[in-house]
Design a protein around this ligand. Structure first.
Ligand code: UDX
Ligand code: UDX
Length: 472
């Protein structure tokens, strides 16, 4: 199948590279000439596992880059639209990029085409894309508009694409569904997974993935409702974590208990400093705006958003309660990305926290395995970027863990302890057991668990100091 993918951001680039790996001929179109030139020269603009390998494997053969949308449309049977849908001031998705792509596609049609929404868009967008294309001269029979939402997580986007839990096809006509079925046939038939050069399967791969065919409107709602539900799960557990802190319960134990119910599930039940990223915050406000426009006040989403913001304030209160005053305090910060495994800092709660701490007069030494270059662009110049976690801890009044990078969960604790001015760790991602931290001599703050501090008891002699865990 010949496919055009419009927009080479996270979604478009990953989709394009993966479609090529499924055996399709893909042209990836972007109106940013610099981006196209960079991709053509072999650079990989995002930090994403397996993406460099796939780009290298297919670039110049099954995968090409172009700035010419009309030409790409003429050469393709399916056009996937993956341009940005950023929020406007009212929180609604700004669909002007989608509209301009629809206009241009309409002007270039030379035979039956399937136009597929891949960006996250509100319900009714497929209707609007159809209307815009008709207004711009496309014949009614010459195209269909479908919705094929993407459920990829940054960091694992390639495996999420190739090993999805499900593939959702929102198509109102069978001829259009047939084109999409053919595109995904290598996955749904299981053939892709038999290839020796297939991208390796992640844990819990659902192979072959089921195909769910729905109306276009249902598919549009599936995307918004999925992201809203996942965000709700995170806010729910963050609210439960706050209660755990008040009563002296342990949120990790509570999560184990509730997550073991298969109706609830263990995933996306990790408490923290709130969700961030380019999707959840934007999609929640967009879904709320869509619901309102349809006459439904989705107040549950207001609360999900409120709890998420409150989670950052709670963390800040923890820093204050650990250090008493903030002005002039030196803080080590581990993690700037909105989550582990990515260099993306869009709506990163870690970045928002660092900004507030700087405003409060703290000095910050920050380390992130991938996101420091991007953070430099948005954070004030006085942040000191360092090259490893121990340097971040060096001479610090406390160390803050803000992103769940795997390497932050495997620190050399004795080495860390001697670097810190005071052995205080404030962990916004619950990466350690409180007992382990106290055994290593740290006062340890985490989320939804009691703060623990070592109590040094001098018994017989100066050399026989025992450490006892005490709830602070
Ligand atoms: C975006 C949306 O934020 C997300 O909701 C949606 O699901 C997919 O698109 P992302 O891929 O991360 O996610 O967006 P972004 O990094 O902004 O990439 C969009 C690309 O489209 C950019 O490379 C931009 O240059 C390009 N673009 C934008 C076009 O080619 N044409 C346009 O008219 C507008
Ligand atoms: C999300 C959705 O998971 C994906 O299906 C959708 O298509 C795009 O948006 P992404 O934004 O890449 O993906 O990240 P995700 O892994 O979902 O994490 C989002 C945020 O929630 C991060 O800030 C993360 O730290 C936080 N999170 C996630 C928690 O705080 N707790 C959890 O249990 C899970």
């Amino acid at each position: 199948m010949r496919i055009a993918v419009v927009g080479s951001g996270y979604v478009g680039l990953v989709a394009g590279a993966c479609f090529a790996d499924l055996g399709h001929e893909v042209v990836l179109v972007d109106n940013d000439a610099q981006k196209v030139a960079a991709l053509e020269s072999g650079s990989v603009p995002i930090h994403e596992q397996f993406l460099p390998e796939l780009l290298e494997r297919h670039q110049g053969s099954r995968l090409t880059f172009s700035g010419n949308l009309a030409k790409a449309v003429r050469a393709s049977s399916a056009i996937f639209v993956a341009v940005g849908t950023p929020p406007n001031d009212a929180g609604e998705a700004d669909l002007s990029y989608v509209e301009s792509v629809a206009r241009e596609v309409a002007g270039a049609i030379n035979g039956y085409k399937v136009v597929v929404e891949k960006s996250t868009v509100p319900v009714y967008t497929s209707n609007w894309v159809r209307t815009i294309m008709l207004r711009n001269g496309a014949e009614p029979e010459s195209f269909d508009v479908a919705s094929n939402p993407e459920f990829l997580r940054e960091g694992t986007a390639v495996t999420d694409f190739l090993y999805p839990d499900r593939i959702v096809l929102g198509a109102d006509h069978e001829r259009c569904a047939a084109v999409l079925r053919e595109i995904y046939a290598p996955l749904t038939s299981g053939k892709y997974y038999q290839r020796p050069d297939a991208v390796p399967a992640p844990e819990r791969a659902n192979v072959p993935p089921p195909l769910i065919v729905t109306s276009a409107k249902s598919a549009e709602l599936i995307k918004h409702a999925s992201n809203a539900f996942l965000a709700m799960k995170i806010s729910f557990v963050n609210a439960v974590a706050s209660i755990c802190e008040s009563v002296g319960a342990d949120v990790q134990q509570v999560c184990q208990g509730i997550g073991s119910d298969s109706r609830i599930g263990k995933r996306f039940l990790n408490p923290g400093i709130g969700y961030g990223g380019s999707c959840f915050p934007k999609d929640l406000t967009a879904f709320r705006a869509v619901a309102r426009e349809c006459g439904y006040e989705f107040r549950l989403l207001d609360e999900v958003i409120r709890i998420n913001e409150e989670q950052r304030h709670r963390f800040l209160r923890k820093v204050r309660s650990a250090l008493w005053t903030l002005r002039g305090k030196r803080l080590g910060v581990l993690g700037l990305a909105f989550k582990g495994g990515t260099d993306d800092i869009r709506e990163s709660p870690a970045v928002l926290l660092v900004q507030t701490l700087l405003q409060e007069g703290c000095t910050v030494a920050a380390y992130d395995p991938a996101a420091m270059d991007r953070a430099r662009v948005v954070l004030p110049a006085n942040v000191n970027y360092v090259s490893d976690p121990y340097e971040a801890a060096s001479g610090a009044d406390a160390l803050l863990i803000l992103t769940e990078w795997e390497e932050f969960a495997a620190l050399d604790l004795p080495r860390l302890r001697v670097r810190l001015k005071y052995p205080i760790i404030i962990d916004g991602r619950n990466l350690y057991h409180p007992e382990t931290m106290t055994a290593h001599g740290f006062t340890y703050y985490s989320v939804g668990r009691q703060t623990t501090t070592p109590e040094v008891i001098s018994s017989a002699g100066a050399d026989s100091k025992k450490i006892k865990v005490k709830n602070a």
